[in-house]
Design a protein around this ligand. Structure first.
Ligand code: SF4
Length: 233
């Protein structure tokens, strides 16, 4: 039987405003779980996987208790890769969704974990079906992890979800365009520039030149509000 209150390795739980995606700007409680199965070249959270170590361990009940203490209606479950912990990740998702004042639980996943068992949690009517959304971060060649992407995941996400492409250069842009044309995902597509290598105006020009009218530009708000290297914001 699955333990309903498993213990997870954690990095941090804090409140800020959501920096990316369709909910950017909303006050949001971030739950950052330790560990990741990828090593993206431009990763801005290397403290969330080895050789770094977890900041602390917490049971699902302890995590939920802390999240309950923050008033935000939006909760972002992130990492690292928050779905790396299998059944434990599932228990955390179910418990976060039971927090009454949290009406949006969005889960950032790196595209190299099979989403089927997690998406299936929404099949039953209830808080998970009502609140949980997946933000699938499809890794492009510039990340060094494109080969690890599980293409079947693209058909599993729907209109509630978001499909994010972090774009480092023109090759990444063309690959993202190809993925969208090939798979025609139902989730909202977002293009986000790599801060150091893709000036936002260049990405906008590419989007307009290629008539990507259904794609939304997503800038990392927290890098505008705070120092780009500051952690925990
Ligand atoms: S999936 Fe996310 S946390 Fe993991 S290496 Fe890539 S950017 Fe970093």
């Amino acid at each position: 039987m699955t333990d309903p209150n498993p213990r997870l390795p954690m990095v941090e739980i804090f409140q800020t405003v959501e920096g990316e995606g369709t909910r950017a700007g909303f006050p949001t409680t971030f739950v950052r779980v330790f560990n990741c199965n990828l090593r993206c070249r431009w990763c801005d959270t290397p403290y969330s996987y080895a050789p770094a170590r977890p900041e602390f361990y917490a049971t699902v009940d302890e995590i939920v208790q802390e999240v309950r203490g923050y008033p935000a209606e939006h909760v972002c479950l992130t990492g690292g890769e928050p779905l790396m912990h299998g059944d434990k990740s599932q228990e955390l998702i179910k418990s976060l969704a039971r927090i009454e004042h949290a009406r949006d639980i969005h889960i950032e996943t790196g595209g190299a974990i099979h989403l089927a068992p997690f998406v299936a949690l929404r099949n039953q009517p209830g808080p998970v079906a009502d609140k949980v959304r997946f933000i699938l971060d499809y890794k492009l060649p510039g990340s060094g992890e494109n080969e690890r992407m599980i293409e079947e995941n693209l058909a599993l996400i729907d209109e509630r979800d978001e499909l994010k492409f972090v774009i480092a250069d023109e090759q990444d842009f063309l690959k993202a365009k190809e993925v969208l044309q090939q798979h025609r995902p139902r989730a909202q597509a977002l293009f986000s520039p790599v801060w150091e290598t893709m000036p936002p105006d260049k990405l906008v020009a590419l989007m307009l030149d290629h008539q990507m009218t259904h794609v939304k530009l997503s800038l990392q708000l927290h890098k505008v509000i705070w120092d780009p290297d500051r952690r925990g914001v």
